[in-house]
Design a protein around this ligand. Structure first.
Ligand SMILES: NC(=[NH2+])NCCC[C@H](N)C(=O)O
Length: 304
């Protein structure tokens, strides 16, 4: 299996797309691990499996249209395998297995058949149980690796904090030639509007030199300023709290001029078109109820 990922936007050739087959149905409140799912369980609006399967199949069809090879996880009965992004990450030609929250630790088994096809030298696993990171917190930008983390003292009791500084250090050690910059993110276990669950929930590069960002998700204004200085303010599309809640930064690039986005993201999609990006619109509002969107449900393996 050929692997190569350097950034978020180069032409995509192969990808894993999660699956909503046999998610195990609606969890109990105490089983859920993000506040937006809890909100929908309480409101009686938790998404139905068939609707989510249809949403994901529409994304698969767009990949087919662009001749992208699509792999799906093998189904684990009654287990949520939608958000493949988080279970591993490809950086350059390395496949790095995440150290996830225990609730999600079995998800990797669904793609073991793919890992078996990668040269063992290129498969990395962090040994220490205290080294935490999930793919949604790791955003690649050529010679830079941006990582979302949480430095709060209550990390151990914060189920929405998934990447710690040991995780950041592990990635830094693996790629001594890259510039690794971490960002301390705001977390809330109860309010999804104030919870940046992963870095890709509040920030993501698009095109060649632009990015989507939610300023208030960054705990330190120096961290936010780092990205403003890096990209240039005129190249940033700032999203509101509500737009973050609807997951506007979690769109997904097939190329630096093609993005898969949600139909209802009117303001964002207009901006993308205004910078000459083709927007492939899909319905993804049911999946979004679980605090993840299109980037979260993909794991890119090969880009040009
Ligand atoms: N990369 C992401 N933002 N993934 C979203 C994962 C959402 C999932 N409900 C969780 O809490 O783990």
């Amino acid at each position: 299996m050929k692997l190569n990922i350097q950034n978020e936007t180069s032409r995509l050739r192969s990808v894993v797309l999660g699956t909503a087959n046999s998610t195990g149905g609606e969890p109990k409140i105490e089983e859920a691990y993000d506040p937006k799912s809890i909100e929908h369980i309480k409101a009686g609006t938790y998404p139905k499996e068939l609707d989510m399967i249809a949403e994901m199949n529409a994304v698969a069809r767009i990949f087919e249209k662009y001749d992208v090879d699509v792999y799906r996880p093998q189904t684990i009965e009654d287990y949520n395998q939608i958000f493949t992004r988080d279970i591993a990450i490809v950086i350059e030609d390395k496949f790095i297995k995440s150290n996830m929250i225990p609730d999600r630790s079995k998800e990797i088994d669904g793609i073991q058949y793919l890992i078996d096809d990668i040269s063992p030298n290129n498969v990395c696993t962090a040994v220490s149980g205290n080294t935490h990171f999930e793919g949604g917190d790791i955003v690649l930008h050529n010679d830079h690796i941006f990582i979302g983390t949480y430095k709060g003292d209550d990390y151990d009791n914060c189920i929405v904090a998934r990447t710690n500084m040991n995780g950041v250090a592990y990635i830094r050690e693996l790629f001594p030639n890259k510039i690794v910059k971490e960002f301390d993110l705001k977390k809330s276990t109860i309010d999804p509007k104030n919870n940046a669950l992963h870095l890709d929930c509040c920030f993501q590069p698009v095109g060649k030199n632009k990015a989507i960002i939610h300023k208030e998700a960054f705990k330190n204004k120096e961290d936010y300023q780092y990205l403003v200085d890096f990209f240039g303010n005129e190249n940033l599309f700032h999203i509101t709290k509500k737009e973050m809640y609807h997951m506007n930064s979690n769109v997904f690039s097939i190329d630096d001029n093609v993005v898969i986005s949600e139909k209802n993201f009117t303001r964002l999609n207009n901006w993308l078109r205004s910078i000459n990006i083709t927007v492939e619109e899909v319905n993804y509002a049911e999946i979004a109820k679980q605090e993840g969107l299109i980037r979260c449900s993909t794991l890119p393996l090969l880009r040009d």
